[in-house]
Design a binder for this molecule. Structure first.
Ligand SMILES: [Zn+2]
Ligand SMILES: [Zn+2]
Length: 130
């Protein structure tokens, strides 16, 4: 199954590891997101902000509403602050990259119970960062 989802409303691109579900709701505008088959999570990690905007625009087929777009950018900035804000910035042990994507982990295979744990995945090499 695809590991990248896009919001057809605001253009939010996100990775998903929630393979059990095929419904992902956009954290920005609460629209049901759609799976993208031509991108991997690593592609998304290496795309610049403007490339992501371009991709989203092409996908949606028209310019994204400016209010929605700024709402999404605010959300992304806020999310980044929440993760890196107080603690010192984490780096990937594998390649040293500081570009990490938080991935909500709802289901632990190890314990078989629901968790609220967040994994950080390296954008460059895809390694899980502790
Ligand atoms: Zn959205
Ligand atoms: Zn890495």
């Amino acid at each position: 199954m695809s590991e990248v989802v896009i919001c057809p409303n605001c253009g939010y691109l996100a990775g998903t590891w929630e393979k059990e579900t095929n419904i992902v709701i956009c954290s920005v505008c609460e629209t049901q997101m759609q799976f993208v088959n031509d991108l991997t999570i690593r592609d998304v990690g290496t795309m610049s902000l403007s490339e992501k905007e371009q991709y989203a625009e092409n996908y949606i087929g028209h310019k994204i509403d400016i209010n929605l777009q700024s709402k999404r950018l605010d959300y992304c900035a806020e999310k980044r602050n929440r993760i890196y804000g107080t603690s010192k910035q984490k780096t990937c042990q594998n390649c040293g990259s500081t570009e990490l994507t938080p991935v909500r982990k709802n289901w632990s295979l190890l314990t078989g119970i629901l968790t609220n744990k967040v994994d950080l995945i390296c954008n460059k090499c895809g390694a899980k960062v502790k």
